[in-house]
Structures are given as C-alpha cells and as structure tokens.
Ligand binder design. Structure first.
Ligand SMILES: Cc1cc2nc3c(=O)[nH]c(=O)nc-3n(C[C@H](O)[C@H](O)[C@H](O)COP(=O)(O)OP(=O)(O)OC[C@H]3O[C@@H](n4cnc5c(N)ncnc54)[C@H](O)[C@@H]3O)c2cc1C
Length: 423
C-alpha cells in the first residue's frame, strides 16, 4: 500500500459494524484508508448479536426507524436515507449472503450465522484496499496542523487527514468496546452524556419472577409509572428470570427505566397480560366463565388466559387459593384477578450493570455532530459513527442498521471533502 508522505486520507478507529462500513465506503471512493482495531479480529460484538445469528436490520419504514431511537431519532434521518435498510440488504445480497425476514420484520442471514456478516465485511475491506491494523489499541488522538496523530503504547504513531471514531459503546467490554472513544472525544471538548445500560434485563424486588424463572409470555404491555406520568409500551414478549424480567419488551423499556433509576431507588411498572381487551370486557368474560364452569378450579380457568405454570403463582400473589372452585370466587376476588391481569405491579430495584446492556444509552452528544455528515461540529476532521453516538435504538436490528448507516455516511463524507473523489 502506498502512503503518500506516510499520511492516510482516513484512519478509522474500531472495526465493528460502523467502522468496517465507514472504511469500505471511503476506500471505494478512492481514499487511502487504515482501519485500526484493538482485537486481532474484526467484529467481535457482531458475532454475539441475535444470539449468534445477527439480526442485522429490520424491514420497517424510515419513519418507524426514527421512532425507535432515543432521545432524538430524527438525528439519523440523513444516515438512514443515504444508506437505508434496503441498501444494506442489497449490499449483503450482492456479496452472496441470502437473507430472511422473521417476526417483527427482523432481518437475518439465512445461514443463522453472524459469521456470514463478518466474513463479508472482511472480504470487502480486503477487496477495496483498506489497510488493516489489528491488535492495536489507540490510546491518544492529537491534531497537529490539520493532521491527526493516533498514538499507541508500544507502536509508532499513525497519521491521517481525517479520523472516524467507531469505538462502540461501553458494554460487553470483552468484545473491545470499553468506552475509549468517549475518553478520546472528551479530551477534544466533546460532551459525553450520562452513560447507562439500555436493552438490559431488570431486577424486581419480589419473588414472583423468580418463581416463574424461564417462562416467557407473548404479547404483554408494560406501563412505567413515573410519578403521575405513565409511559406505555408497545406489545411484546417478556421472559421471567431468577432476578427479575428480561425478553424483548423488557429490554426495550429498560433504557427509560435505567434513566429513572439514576435519581431514585426504585421504579414502579405494571404488566398488562391482556392488552387486547378492555378491563370491563375482561371482567364480563371472566364472570361468564366462572358462572358456567363453577366446578372448575380457578387455577385452570386462569391457566387458559395466562400460561398454565403462571396461574397458581399469580393467584397466590393475590392471596387466592389456586385450588378453589371457580364458583367459590367472590366478587372482590374476581375484581382483583381482573385488575391484576390488566396491571400486575412490579417494583424495579435496578438493572443488570452497564456491561450487560446490549447497547449503551448516552454517548457523544448528537448536538455536537453534523447529522448530514457525522462530522464533529467542534473539531473538523473527526467523525463519529455507530454506538459511540448518544441516541440508541430499541431491539429488532435497529442498532446494527444505525452502525452501518452512520458508517457509510461518514465514509462518504470524509471522501467527499477531499479532492478528486469519484463515486
Ligand atoms: C449480546 C448482544 C446482542 C446484540 N444483538 C443485536 C442484534 O441482533 N441486532 C442489532 O441491531 N444490534 C444488536 N446488538 C447491538 C449491536 O451489536 C451494537 O449496537 C453494534 O454492534 C455497535 O456497532 P459499533 O461498530 O458502533 O461498535 P462495536 O461493535 O462495539 O465495535 C467497536 C470496535 O472498536 C474497537 N475499539 C474500541 N476501542 C478501541 C481503541 N481504543 N482502539 C482500537 N479499537 C478500538 C472494539 O474492539 C470494537 O471492535 C447486540 C449487542 C449485544 C451486546
């Protein structure tokens, strides 16, 4: 690789989804690019995604995509427009990876193997002429007369005209994302908004969840009670665990709960196990069932509404004898059953730690990044891509698409601001 005067056009720090795509895009636009990664391989985190199957994007519309990001999804409009979910699917299909769509529009490789995705990135990096420097951790970044110097503890510095910071968030540290990008950007005066776990399981105070460990419930709705305010979720799936609650729906609301837990010791939530039916209708239906099946044990009647294993635990929480015949259930007990099927209260005492969040909430403030290019508004020549940026997405393939889209946009922006660029 020829390096004019030893200075690369673009140095990308971090070879996850965002950094790899940024490097590929800039190199395809004829820039001389080096991709620096602290691990000896690229995409360690990608290999964990979707339980090793990699849910790489979603079929949702762009408007839906923007709604899936907090605090301000609108920030990604240009990135998602410039390199959309369809563009990403075309990119992988063009490289020979067949894709499939599963429930809730989740897109995965047909192989069910995340390695299909990392293999393609590796191949595209090679073919587009990106120089890779694996096993090298950047510890400092300095700007001297419009040239950036990337420093290492044990190796010579690397010089580049533009730098793309793609170091990821601060969770699953074993994959290499230990938050270095926040430190590097912070030294240049960037604001790093409060880092907390998102897409993280939640701990509950009582033993209800522990009694149901391993049980999943499909199609519930969660309400977060924030003083007088109620934050109501979409419908989704819950998994009961030995410490509390997990599953896609819980992971999706966990960022909001973790934010509230920063200022209080517990958060109240309620779970609606019958979100498709109004309370009055549910009470009517239960009354009819009780009247017509008075000899049936109440646990069996309730076991037709919630999973069988859950019914006795649910009734015991209401101090109702699960062995009782339905006909023996009085009006007050019937009312309590209906109330709690519609809003079973849980007290959330915390979340699992930041390292166990599938994504990090918080990061480089989006106010300091130009959304049309991903370039820093504070230090020209520095670009941010992927999870290092503050707004984070819900589960369903949105976060990887964000990494690929912002990476693509930054790679292109870097290239466009130099001379002699062709697409
Ligand atoms: C268990 C799990 C499952 C997930 N499943 C999904 C899913 O199915 N779908 C989805 O959309 N999202 C999923 N996510 C989230 C998604 O993986 C991330 O949001 C996404 O990978 C972020 O990509 P990134 O390129 O920004 O960062 P990362 O993938 O974290 O990559 C950052 C890279 O930078 C390197 N690096 C860091 N510091 C330095 C340094 N100083 N010098 C050199 N290199 C450095 C790291 O080693 C790392 O390789 C999941 C996350 C986890 C943890």
């Amino acid at each position: 690789m020829n390096k004019p005067s030893g200075i690369y056009d673009v140095a990308v720090i971090g070879a996850g989804a965002a950094g790899s795509m940024a490097a590929i895009r800039a190199a395809r636009l004829k820039k001389i690019v080096i991709l620096v990664e602290r691990n000896r391989v690229l995409g360690k985190k990608i290999l964990l995604t979707g339980n090793g199957r990699c849910n790489l994007t979603n079929t949702a519309s762009i408007e839906m995509f923007l709604k899936k990001f907090k605090p301000n999804g609108e920030f990604y409009r240009t990135a998602f427009s410039r390199f959309s979910n369809n563009d990403l699917m075309d990119f992988f299909r063009g490289c020979g990876v067949e894709l499939k769509v599963e429930e809730r529009g989740r897109v995965l490789p047909i192989t069910d193997k995340a390695a299909s995705v990392t293999d393609v990135l590796e191949k595209c990096l090679r073919e587009s002429g990106v120089e890779t420097a694996y096993g090298r951790r950047v510890i400092s970044l300095v700007k001297k007369e419009n040239i950036f110097e990337l420093g290492f503890t044990d190796r010579a510095a690397i010089y580049a005209k533009k730098v793309i910071i793609a170091t990821g968030g601060g969770s699953y540290k074993a994959t290499g994302s230990t938050g270095d990008g926040f430190v590097i950007a912070g030294r240049f005066g960037h604001t790093v908004t409060g880092l907390k776990p998102a897409l993280v399981p939640l701990k509950t105070r009582d033993s209800f969840a522990a009694c149901l460990q391993g049980l999943s419930f499909t199609g519930a709705r969660i309400t977060i009670h924030d003083g007088g305010k109620k934050n109501i979720s979409d419908c989704g799936d819950i998994l009961f665990t030995h410490f509390g609650l997990s599953g896609p729906l819980v992971l999706d609301i966990s960022g909001d709960v973790a934010a509230l837990l920063l200022t209080r010791s517990e958060v109240k939530i309620t779970i609606d196990f019958c979100p498709d039916i109004k309370r009055e209708e549910l009470e009517k239906e239960l009354t009819v069932a009780i009247d017509s099946r008075g000899n049936t044990r109440i646990k069996n009647l309730i076991g037709a509404i919630v999973p069988k294993r859950m019914a006795p635990v649910f009734l015991s929480r209401l101090n109702i004898d699960a062995q009782k015949k339905s006909g023996q259930i009085n009006k007050k007990e019937r009312s309590a059953i209906v109330d709690n099927l519609k809003a079973l209260p849980f007290t959330i005492s915390g979340s699992l730690p930041l390292d166990e969040g599938m994504v990090t909430a918080g990061g480089i403030s989006s106010k300091e990044i130009n959304p049309r290019t991903m370039e820093s508004k504070i230090i020209p020549g520095i670009f941010f891509v992927g999870e290092v940026i503050e707004p984070r997405g819900l589960s369903g393939g949105y976060n990887l698409q964000q990494a690929f889209s912002t990476g693509y946009l930054a790679g292109e922006s870097c290239a466009a601001s130099g001379a002699g660029v062709t697409d």
